[in-house]
Design a protein around this ligand. Sequence first.
Ligand code: SF4
Length: 220
Amino acid sequence: MATHEGGQRIGVRTTFAADGTASRRLSVYCVNRGASVELAHCSACPRCTGLQLPTDQRDGVVTCVPAPAQTSADPNSTLRAKVHAVMSRDVACVTEDAPVSRLHALLSEPGVSGVPVVDRAGHPRGFVTKGDLLRSPSRPVKRAAGEGPAKGREALTAADVMTPVVFAVLEETELSRAAALMAMEGIGALPVVMADGSVGGMLTAVDVLRWIARADGFQV
Ligand code: SF4
């Protein structure tokens, strides 16, 4: 969740490229601006009073004055919460030319049901689920005339297996709208995009269920 006791959680988007390198973008949802900002903005902001960023860059927190308003626990407002309050801000992405082996590794991690495929600016270009990997061809992929020889399975990239249509929501979208989209499309995870159109988080069906349960006092 974006809000953390004592401050705002620092989100981490990690993007894996074809050469195996990983780049990271750190962001914070600023309640005062109503949008995510890059961590550099926070550290330079006159309201910033503290920055905790562990060496592995996970679970970092920014504190500022005045403290950002906490999301209401009023059960009547549970589904009127905005997506940014519920989503996971730790999201792994791949570029279109990343190998399928990277997707297998990411999708085998607990709680990861889908991986956004992004361009160099972090804008979504596609989405890969475990089902997409299961449906990926087990034989060499025939190329169209002029596109070179057939591709072996080991040479497949994210672009070869992704669904090129991405359902995504803005971080300011109401949770009920995001839940309705997931239900209508029969999908269990949605990339969340920031004001610049780049991926800033992921919202899963489990995130929504956990949010509802916590609003009713369950410690989950
Ligand atoms: S430190 Fe400044 S930019 Fe960062 S969340 Fe607080 S008010 Fe927003």
